[in-house]
Design a protein around this ligand. Structure first.
Ligand code: DAK
Length: 265
């Protein structure tokens, strides 16, 4: 009974010290995002966001083939306009939650990251991928466009021309191409994906949590504003960190030549 409950859990959670590994778990449909999976992901993000023991998160897909093969086409096919809008709001809310979680989220892309799956990668802090991973925005093959931020975030990340090439062709691209364009930061052998992702997350988890949250916030806030505005936001955040215990601890630890013990305060 309990085993079934675990197998049926659409987003598995396994903690390794301060790192939470979240695994999207609908492998028979290549982890396509249907409403129950999105709701469960929202719950899991709430959970790890509120858990003071969690300092970094790794997000991956279950099975060898799929990270997330997009929004669930079978579920979407018969949507009316109101349901589609509701679906978009759920999805956008979840992707925004990743951005405002206050904890780094690393995507470990094990297979297809298509449509909403690629948009999920874009919502994470950064991504590493298996050499077997595949990427694309095939929405135009279905008569729609990316709806969870793909038209906006991809162009900012890989440039307008490259983004339009991906969006207009709907082609599926190799992991090497994704690396070349800066969509992922590193490729690894498939069996090394989780060990490497978890190792990076463990290292991040030793850093000052208040600074981690501020870093993502400032990078995001500065992404599409003039440089001078971004620099002002950076200076304000930098100053604010000097009110944190983490800053006192981090600098004292350096001067005393010992590892810092950050409290996230
Ligand atoms: N939805 C539902 N089921 C899917 C799926 C998907 N996106 N992708 C794969 N599956 C299912 C397949 O139907 C199949 O199920 P069974 O037939 O076994 O029951 C199973 O997963 C295995 O897939 P295949 O048999 O097709 O496996 P292959 O290796 O042959 O092909 C593939 C793998 C990834 C190339 C192929 O499955 C594929 O092309 N999948 C669709 C990929 C795709 O087009 N993804 C983008 C979806 S559109 C919006 C919000 C969001 C979005 C848009 C608007 N608003 C509300 C405004 C986002 C849209 C999308 O993400």
């Amino acid at each position: 009974m309990e085993l079934n409950a675990i197998a049926d859990d659409l987003v598995l959670r396994r903690d390794e010290g301060p790192v939470a590994l979240l695994t999207l778990n609908r492998p028979k449909a290549l982890n396509a995002l249907n409403q129950p999976l999105l709701q469960r992901l929202a719950e899991r993000l709430r959970e790890v966001g509120a858990d003071p023991n969690v300092r970094a998160v790794v997000l991956t897909g279950s099975g060898e083939k799929g990270f997330v093969a997009g929004a669930d086409i079978a579920e979407m096919a018969d949507y009316d306009a109101a349901t589609a809008q509701h679906f978009a709001l759920i999805g956008q809310g979840i992707f925004s939650r990743i951005a405002s979680l206050g904890k780094p989220v690393i995507a470990a892309v094990n297979g297809f990251a298509l449509g909403g799956g690629l948009e999920l990668v874009l919502a994470c802090d950064f991504a590493i991928a298996s050499q077997k991973a595949k990427f694309g925005l095939p929405e135009v093959t279905l008569g729609v466009i990316p709806g969870f931020g793909g038209t906006q975030r991809l162009a900012r990340l890989i440039g307008r021309q490259n983004a339009l090439r991906w969006i207009l062709t709907g082609d599926v691209h190799s992991a090497e191409e994704a690396l070349r364009l800066g969509l992922v930061t590193q490729l690894v052998e498939p069996e090394q994906l989780l060990p490497v992702a978890l190792e990076i997350a463990q290292r991040i988890a030793t850093r000052g949590p208040v600074a981690l949250a501020a870093a993502r916030q400032v990078v995001d806030q500065g992404w599409d504003v003039p440089l001078a505005d971004g620099l002002r936001k950076e200076a304000a955040a930098f100053g604010k960190l000097f009110r944190s215990q983490d800053q006192k601890e981090g600098m004292a630890a350096f001067l005393q030549k010992r590892p810092a013990k950050f409290l996230g305060k």
